[in-house]
Design a protein around this ligand. Structure first.
Ligand code: NDP
Ligand code: 8X3
Length: 252
């Protein structure tokens, strides 16, 4: 039987690339996100290209009741989740703290922190029952540093870093490995979401240097997920070669 991976936020960007990479390398996939059409296209691609089983879950990770109901209702085969990738997340806005928009703050905290917790709360008991599993949380350079206008987004990713460490300790007796991947700038829909659909502002973020591609993060995930059982890759910090810190980018 193939291993099974559940990836949140698989309808775009890093999550989509991770789904394709794991499918290419023998995993069956549970792909989750809010945009059903994107999930359907991805599922079709995976089935046709890699001949792997795919289950699509139209799911908003901010809604605990939906998350719980959806995970509890998984068909028995699909409950044998070997790898959970907590990837769904977003930044919204770059306002300084004194001008912060409460709805932006709520969206980031509810998705990046509470959503990650909700999914983990429902999936981890399936892993502890089987005494095996791997959880990979997608953090960020924003989980290691703060930068102007990053306040709440950086706060959520610092929380992801702390929660990852706590999860690793709690799940240790259950033989479950917990990893974090913290990327620098990756060209995805991330900046379009952060700038609320302003394409010019989003494009400027990646001008004058080569940002990471979503596939680069998928490579890191594959490395983590294919280590022997006695090896845990706790943290990967992966940056574009032209980025030395959240703020230092060598643009041509
Ligand atoms: P994208 O905007 O391209 O993808 C984000 C994904 O998250 C989408 O699939 C989106 O799906 C999903 N998502 C957002 N909100 C929810 C929700 N409430 N419920 C379920 N799914 C949701 O961005 P990235 O691929 O770049 O981002 C993925 C992760 O990587 C995020 O956690 C981000 O913080 C992190 N990251 C990104 C970096 C970058 O520079 N791009 C750098 C470091 C970390 P849908 O809209 O269909 O729900
Ligand atoms: C996304 C990358 O630089 O906006 O986490 O924090 S950054």
């Amino acid at each position: 039987m193939n291993k099974i991976a559940l990836i949140t936020g698989a309808s775009a960007g890093i999550g989509e690339a991770c789904a394709l990479k794991l499918a290419e390398n023998g995993f069956d996939l549970i792909i989750a996100g809010r945009r059903q059409k994107n999930l359907e296209s991805l599922a079709k691609l995976i089935e046709e290209k890699f001949n792997k089983d795919v289950l699509s879950l139209c799911l908003d990770v901010r809604n605990y009741e939906d998350v719980e109901r959806t995970i509890n209702a998984l068909p028995e085969k699909w409950k044998n989740i070997d790898v959970l990738v907590n990837n769904a997340g977003l930044a919204v806005g770059v306002s300084p703290i004194e001008q912060g928009i409460i709805d932006d703050w709520d969206r980031m905290i509810d998705t990046n922190v509470k959503g990650l917790l909700y999914v983990t709360r429902c999936v981890s008991p399936l892993m502890t029952a089987r005494k095996k599993g791997l959880i990979v949380n997608i953090s960020s350079i924003a989980g290691k540093e703060a930068y102007p206008g990053g306040n709440v987004y950086c706060g959520t990713k610092h929380a992801v870093e702390a929660i990852t460490k706590g999860m690793r300790i709690d799940l240790l007796p259950h033989n479950i490995r917990v990893s974090s991947i913290a990327p620098g700038m990756v060209e995805t829909e991330f900046s379009l979401v952060r700038f609320k659909g302003d394409e010019n502002k989003a494009e400027q973020v990646y001008e004058g240097f080569s940002p990471l591609k979503a596939e680069d993060i998928a490579d890191s995930l594959l490395f983590i997920a294919t280590r022997p059982e006695h090896v845990s890759i706790n943290d990967i910090l992966i940056m574009p070669s032209a980025q030395a810190s959240a703020r230092d980018v060598n643009r041509k």
